[in-house]
Unconditional design. Structure first.
Length: 251
């Protein structure tokens, strides 16, 4: 099965991660803004990619703006996911910040950068150990109730954390690292049991698993279950075409 329903939208099981559309250290603008915009347009308009994943921390703020420039107004069938809850003091430095007031401000800022009234899927990018998880998820749940977030996800979490968050509000997706080199995650089976889509980031292990092409690594991931949705990332249009031209067929 090469389609999956995430946050109420049916999309192809392979989406596009956008962390690479920045400068070195996931910091600042990419080498060519025009090439990044072209890649996003080619992905959605030419290759039919239906799931774009980003975060306010990419840049920070860079990629959300690129997505707006490239794709707004967004096709109604596009699933556009972003993440909040991480601050960027410097290149290659990432720190969780989960105070409810900060999360609310971050979502409001993402709405403005993306020029949308509602985020399709908003992840808590990382759990802040200094703030109760229920308070962090509760802040997103309030924004969901206000109609500013359609669905809530969690990133880099354990089954226990998923269970705790689900006591506050249903979780629409879990995004964890998974690939053939980093292949052990108990959340994979937990999500299968509970019917939560599992969005696999770094599915090609930063290009180490491409070999003669990305199809083998992606086929391995998709074979783990119908709930798995990898989001390979690239800043290269040739690599983009290789990823989406070689999507494994149903067997």
């Amino acid at each position: 099965m090469n389609e999956i329903v995430i946050a109420g939208k049916k999309v192809g099981r392979i989406g596009l991660g956008t962390m690479r559309l920045t400068g070195p250290g996931t910091w600042g603008n990419p080498e060519s803004t025009a090439r990044a915009v072209h890649l996003l347009r080619e992905a959605v308009h030419d290759l039919g990619v239906g799931h774009i994943d980003t975060a306010d921390a990419y840049g920070p703020h860079t990629v959300e703006r690129l997505i707006r420039w490239a794709l707004h107004p967004y096709p109604p069938e596009l699933l556009l996911a972003t993440k909040v809850g991480m601050i960027r003091p410097a290149p290659n430095v990432w720190r969780p910040l989960g105070r409810p007031d900060y999360l609310r401000a971050a979502v409001e800022a993402s709405l403005r950068r993306l020029t949308t009234d509602r985020i399709d899927l908003c992840y808590l990018h990382r759990i802040d150990p200094a703030v109760p998880l229920a308070d962090q998820v509760g802040a997103l749940a309030e924004l969901h109730a206000e109609g500013k977030i359609a669905a809530i996800g969690l990133s880099k979490v354990t089954p226990e954390q998923i269970r705790e968050a689900t006591a506050v509000i249903p979780i629409a997706a879990v995004q964890n690292c998974l690939n053939a080199d980093e292949s052990t995650d108990p959340a994979v089976s937990y999500c299968a049991q509970t019917g939560i889509p599992y969005v696999a980031y770094r599915p090609l292990n930063a290009g180490r698993l491409t070999g003669e092409g990305p199809a083998g690594a992606l086929r391995w991931l998709l074979g783990l279950g119908d709930h798995i949705a990898p989001i390979p990332g690239t800043s290269n249009t040739e690599h983009l075409r290789a990823i989406f031209a070689t999507q494994p067929d149903e067997e």
